[in-house]
Design a binder for this molecule. Structure first.
Ligand code: PHE
Length: 478
């Protein structure tokens, strides 16, 4: 389908939309990233900040994005331009949409590298490579896997290719079919692992690590990482939910859907963390293992379980699916945009977008070997730079503008029509979106950027926002 209308596509039901959105939200962010950053930033206190960010910042933006998407019924760029026009505001709001198209491609690149690694681990498990391995061997296995750029390239290209294949098939034949089966299955396997962890791991220690806050371990960098993670894990700030919302039926309840998505996403992250740290402590490994954490802990568990090769293969197969149901939502905004803006059909645009993501991904995978010492943003390697640029900057900034737009710019009628809540809940929502969400984002940035100019810049933004709020309030009254 090409041309200017997206309306030929829609989700079959509200449940399918929720599944697809949960599919986008639940992914490597929950199973791979959440545990390893929780380990690196000290556990409990970090988790607490993360949960606050999820509910006070992530949830309101999630609701806003779905609402904007459904109101605009177009790709994120056009949706923003259109709604801004209807609300008598500047066309420049379309830039928020551009941010989303760009961030989607950037994330897709490094994300697919890890997804590829998961595919490799699926085969390791299938061929029994985990049987009886120790922590040391598991660590070596991970080190060997990332040291070989050609193998990484192969697995990465496979992951990216799978994603593009599904997106090319469109909403009903591609996206829906994929998520319908994958999400419930993932949940069941997580439950099996949880039972294993309760009986064979150091479960008490793991529980304490995640839920007992030790604030002496919390740093401002940790707070920024927690904020970035809240955006990343919920897939908000970049218009993925906006793109999905465009295909949502007008009768579906956005609030209900949003609560389900956020609730399930949080549950999966916490469960994955509990399972992984139970194995970490039982094996005497370090929780601050970095990106290799998932790949060094679970193989040990699978290597010891009876029938572990089967559970292991099953588990990694499901992580692949969780990852792919996320990557497809990273491509959707740009595919929809190319379709409407340049009339390039899905089947063609995925080649162009795929090529861009592939090139970036090659850079990302070389960071584990040849380009190990190449430093870009603030002495980060290429992989970490992509991650930092998107997760810590583009998503929060995108989220900031989305919340400002929803809170102040959009016509109140459109807002009410989409969210349709009682007056009480609408005002709770608005107060959060107006005062807590933006300030949360601004403050975290200001404290984190320790170079003086950056702090001044953020202070200026905060003051600017305050001025804007006052001016809005005054004009509302008159
Ligand atoms: N939410 C996904 C995860 O946790 C990643 C993602 C981010 C997907 C942004 C789409 C958009 O793995």
């Amino acid at each position: 389908m090409s041309g200017s209308k997206l309306s030929a596509q829609s989700w079959s039901s509200q449940t399918v939309f929720i599944l697809a959105a949960v599919g986008s939200a639940v992914g490597l962010g929950n199973i791979w990233k959440f545990p390893y950053i929780t380990g690196e930033y000290g556990g409990g206190a970090f988790v607490l900040v993360y949960l606050l960010c999820v509910f006070l910042i992530g949830l309101p933006i999630m609701l806003s994005e779905i609402a904007l998407g459904r109101a605009g019924k177009a790709n994120p760029v056009r949706t923003m331009a259109k709604l801004a026009k209807e609300s008598n505001s500047s066309k420049a709001w379309a830039l928020v949409g551009f941010n989303s198209v760009m961030a989607g491609l950037l994330i897709l690149s490094f994300y697919s590298v890890i997804a590829g690694l998961v595919i490799a681990y699926f085969f390791y498990s299938l061929f029994g490579s985990f049987s009886g391995i120790s922590g040391e061997v598991a660590k070596q296995m991970f080190a060997d896997s990332v040291a070989n750029p050609w193998a990484l390239l192969f697995w990465f290209s496979l992951a990216l290719g799978l994603t593009l294949l599904i997106v090319a098939r469109g909403i009903k034949n591609g996206l829906e079919k994929a998520v319908n089966f994958m999400m419930p299955a993932l949940f069941i396997v997580l439950m099996i692992l949880l039972v294993y962890a309760i009986f064979s791991g150091s479960f008490g220690e793991s529980f304490a690590f995640i839920f007992a806050p030790d604030f002496s371990k919390l740093t401002w960098t940790g707070v920024l990482i927690a904020l970035g993670q809240a955006f990343f894990t919920l897939s908000v700030g970049l218009g993925a939910m906006m793109a999905y919302g465009a295909y949502l039926d007008d009768k579906a309840s956005i609030v209900k859907a949003g609560l389900w998505i956020v609730g399930l996403d949080t549950l999966v992250a916490l469960l994955a963390g509990l399972v992984i740290f139970a194995i970490v402590f039982q094996q005497g490994l370090s929780p601050a293992e970095g990106p290799g954490l998932l790949f060094t802990t679970l193989p040990i568990a699978f290597g010891q379980m009876p029938g572990g090769w089967l559970f292991g293969s099953l588990f990694f197969a499901l992580v692949i699916m969780a990852a792919i149901s996320s990557t497809i939502s990273l491509v959707e905004p740009s595919v929809a945009w190319m379709d409407q803006r340049f009339s390039i059909a899905r089947s063609k645009s995925i080649w162009i977008l795929g090529a861009i993501a592939w090139l970036l991904g090659v850079g990302a995978l070389l960071s584990f070997n040849y380009w190990q010492d190449l430093k870009l943003l603030g002495s980060r390697n290429f992989f970490d730079s992509l991650d930092f640029l998107t997760t810590s900057i583009m998503l929060p900034v995108g989220g900031l503008f989305i919340s400002i737009f929803m809170a102040w710019i959009i016509k109140p009628e459109i807002r009410g029509e989409q969210l349709g809540s009682s007056e009480f809940w609408m005002s709770v929502f608005l107060v959060t979106l107006r005062y807590i969400t933006p300030f949360g984002i601004i403050v975290v940035f200001a404290y984190n950027l320790d170079e003086r100019i950056a702090s001044w810049l953020m202070a200026a933004v905060a003051i600017g926002y305050l001025g804007f709020v006052i001016q809005k309030k005054v004009s509302e009254q008159s």
